[in-house]
Design a binder for this molecule. Sequence first.
Ligand code: SF4
Ligand code: SF4
Length: 704
Amino acid sequence: MIGGSALLVLALLAAGMAASTAGLIKWAATARTTLRAGTVVFLLLMMVAMIGGALVYFLRPSAGGLVGGFWFASALMSVSVVVIFYAFLVEVRSQEEGRPAVQRGPRAGYLAAVLGLVLLNEVLMGWTFGLAAGTLGPGAADGALGLFQGIVASPWFLFTMGGEMLLTTYLLRDALPGPVAIVLAAQSAIMLLSPPALLSGAWRAFAIYAGSAAMIGLFVYLMEFIYRHRQLTAAFARYLVRLLAVYGAMMLGLYLWLADGNVLLFAVAVVAEMVLFFDTVLRSEPYREPPRVVWQLRPNWAFALLAGVFVAEVFMGALLDLQIAPAAFAGAFRPLPLAGPLGTVAYDAVYNGFWFLAATTASTWFLAMMGVEMGTLVYFKFRESRELETRIRLVLVMGMYGGFAVFFPSAYYAAVFPGAPSGAAVPLLGWSMGIGTEALGLGVLGVVALTYVIAGAASALFGRRAICGTFCTAALMYQGTTLDAMKSFNRSARVGHKYLGSRLSTAYSVTTGAAVGGLLLATTASVLDTAGIWHVHVLGADPTVFFYALSFSVLWYVTFVATPYLGTYNCVTLGYCYTGAIAQAFQKIGFYKLKVDSPEVCRRCTTLDCAKACPIGLVDMPGHFRTKGEFRSSKCCGVGDCVGACPYGNLYVYDVRHWLRERLGRPPRVERVHRLPMVPARPAAGPSAAVASAASANGPMPGR
Ligand code: SF4
Ligand code: SF4
């Protein structure tokens, strides 16, 4: 390792090279004549020659190496002159033939040459500077792959590349559409915050936290962007999916790096990200075309986006867990070695995959990270909502998530039960209401019983929204702006549209039966196991622990990502959640229902906005309003989007509060946001005239 002043000189040199390359890339992106394009290639080749010559010397730091480096640089510089000479000839011939010197856009071969040369420059620079400073990254001595990892996972590559990307974005800021420039700037910042760049523990911690925060910020921005822009350019839509695929691989790479020091996947992902970045800045024209991709009509695209975000988040969560609480994560996830006969390897692979996902999605830092991301989208929805009840519910959603998904299961649980097994392994403690038989669980059966009573009573009094619309983490996940916009898939998705409406179809009944039956079976097996009558474990865990993990830590997230195929809130619409089934049963016998002030207004309504706004896809509600003036469905989660959507303010949620006011002879409390007058679809006559006048009045409707 060299001294501080020499390091400073190298750093300044690297910064100079990065600035020069960024300038050349700007030139390459805007070059429209053969001569300009040839000049860019010539200058990039010159840079390769210079760095390559230096590399030859540092590989053999001797007089022979110096001469070799000199010859290498001279030879390549001579070759590079050919390029500019050829470009000059082409341009002269074009002028002689009267052809325009300005071309329509960069050609594929030219772009590939620029991209390849930039990449080559970076690799050579990382290698040369690493040798000069004696700081080549880990594995650099182990063959070609090791060398590749050592070069890429070094400060000379990662910082130079990140700085170069940031500067390029700045230089091309006027040529790029705003959202593309923002995403590229975020991409550059994430590259700069690469944890393997430095060996210091302080840097590692800082880069993991700051890099994760930057990535979460980027995901929030992207989610909100697609919520506000339902049409995208084809280029941007493609770019986002590729970027998220790269980030999925990068976060897995970082997890593997932190878990066992293997940096190969991270290095590959970095190069892929860099190629994606430069491909975008060099070919920005398609990003300025009119947006034509309606993403709500593209379930495959939406699925790829959600899957990319989710995979990146799972590994980011695991990375944060490993960094912040390695002992707790190691206790929750104990991988089996993938060795032995094929059957054993297959079992161990399933075991590892299942428990890795279950342990990560139930871990504090994954949930905290998801809470920040999805909670921000819920906050955006809060700002848009105008109904007081919806606003209060959304605040409760965020508070409940913070308390019951993050604080109590982690900080509080650790303080009250020090040394106890992970909270995720004791389903009794959560709101999931499993009936496990873990030692700790047996001591809190009273709490479990109380949880059942409270959940049942809340569902009976206020409807399922007490659980599914407020308390459950699903409310936060599905109620943010973007996921809420994905309710369009409830109607269009192949599977989702089969579950539309309030009817409990055969498929729904089978799924719910399997969920409740599975819970009872797991509980029985668990009790028998504890009593020593039947020794049974599933994937190495108590049956109830396994069943809880399967339901809420694995299946729930799988179906969440599959929203574009299954529709939103699919835990409700498909009926696979046993907690939802219990809440549903209590809702059926309780006070909760949707009521309208005037069935006649619904009969004359042509928008049916209430049905369109429902995230559960209860499309048959207008029919019930028209005939009975109310709608009662055990599937309804009471999120109240229908209430806010009714343009005539005709709809409201009825629960125990209304019942009490009726009994006490008190007037109903009225909250009206939309009070549009109803335009008659046909000449008003008879009772319709009265209804029309009532609907147009700014006061409450009769019958309320
Ligand atoms: S059905 Fe289950 S997972 Fe879905 S919102 Fe209700 S309680 Fe939550
Ligand atoms: S509740 Fe409102 S949106 Fe729904 S059918 Fe009635 S008037 Fe139309």
